[in-house]
Design a protein around this ligand. Structure first.
Ligand code: DOR
Ligand code: ZN
Length: 354
């Protein structure tokens, strides 16, 4: 039953548990947008070359901090890119960063099945090859962040997440019952059910775009490349399952934008890159979804509590306020020498971060 919703909502400052900030000149806009909304963000390691060591991750964190406007309080939480050859010792080094104030924390390891998405060619070719690394992660309680899609060309693109659960995730969980796993950017009913029915050590991030849109968005009125991301948007029944999961209050679902900038000319291209950019209006888009589901009262826990609780980090103490004020998003942003077109460019959004 619909209930009256307030015109302004103040919540504990949220964190983004999955974001792509890129590097070099691209950092300026991505870091500014993310730091304007979030106190912390888990930064994906799929740079070229990938972030495979603590030294590389902490150097990258310094470049992120240098790109920040002075005075902005923002902590990048760094991740390592899992390859077939990652040295298990590197997990000990990463865990040590979480016990020290010296340099950025390296909080997790990201699994990209080789070839699954942008800059994933150095990813894992066979999970068995990384079992020694996973053993150490399990012992040290270091979360594994999973891009959950199989890559076999014979599997239909829209089925790749569901097939991953059956063929990779269930065996992985059986072999590592105490490993912390975050199933990233889930897109299907099957993934939402899998996480819901799993124990305390399995969580999922959900993006704003997978909550707002189904796959029709990619094809409405012509092909719309800014809606193309991986895992690809699914049919409406899946979107409804994601909304139900995100607004359920279950602490194992939390906010991760997967905001993934690509230059406009590389999105609007014959082989456009996968990734949707939402960092400019992320919390506003989540608020829109939660309001549509009559669940604005659950936004704070999803955006600000469930993530740190799962990672074993302190919740933030500051607050943000969003207001019901229609505003028009920019058409694009400067992105180094190029342009960056966000999702919903030039559209009116109902909520605005103060
Ligand atoms: O759409 C996506 N873009 N999915 C990913 O997994 C990677 C990301 C990127 O880095 O562009
Ligand atoms: Zn991502």
């Amino acid at each position: 039953m619909p209930s009256a919703t307030p015109d302004s909502l103040t919540i504990t400052q949220p964190d983004d548990w999955h974001v792509h900030l890129r590097d070099g000149e691209a950092l300026t806009v991505a870091v500014a947008h993310t730091a304007a909304q979030f106190r912390r963000a888990v930064v994906m390691p799929n740079l070229r070359p990938p972030v495979t060591t603590v030294v590389i991750a902490q150097d990258y964190a310094k470049r992120i901090q240098a790109a920040l406007h002075s005075g902005a309080a923002f902590d990048p939480l760094m991740t390592l890119y899992l390859t077939d050859r990652l040295d298990p010792q590197e997990i000990h080094r990463a865990a040590a960063t979480c016990q020290s104030d010296d340099g950025a924390q390296v909080v997790a390891v990201k699994l990209y099945p080789a070839g699954a998405t942008t800059n994933s060619d150095a990813g894992v070719t066979d999970l068995r090859k990384v079992y020694p690394v996973l053993e150490v992660m399990q012992t040290l309680e270091m979360p594994l962040l999973v891009h959950g899609e199989v890559t076999s060309p014979e599997i239909d693109l829209f089925d790749r997440e569901a097939v991953f659960i059956d063929t990779q995730l269930i065996p992985l969980r059986r072999d590592f019952p105490a490993l912390k796993i975050v199933f990233e950017h889930i897109t299907t009913t099957q993934a939402a059910q899998y996480v819901r029915d799993s124990g305390d050590l399995t969580a999922a991030t959900i993006t704003a775009h997978h909550l707002l849109f189904n796959r029709n968005a990619i094809f409405t009125g012509g092909i719309r490349p800014h809606y193309y991301c991986l895992p690809v948007l699914k049919r409406e029944s899946h979107r409804l399952s994601l909304v139900a999961a995100a607004t359920s209050g279950n602490p194992r679902f939390f906010l991760g934008t997967d905001s993934a900038p690509h230059a406009t000319h590389l999105k609007e291209h014959a082989t456009g890159c996968a990734g949707s950019y939402t960092a400019h209006a992320a919390i506003e888009m989540y608020a829109e979804v939660f309001e549509q589901a009559d669940a604005l009262h659950r936004l704070e826990a999803f955006a600000s509590f469930h993530g740190p609780d799962f990672y074993g980090l302190a919740r933030n103490t500051g607050h943000i306020t969003i207001q019901r004020t229609a505003w028009q998003t920019p058409v694009d942003f400067a992105y180094g020498q190029a342009r960056l077109t966000p999702l919903r460019a030039g559209e009116w959004l109902p909520w605005k971060l103060q």
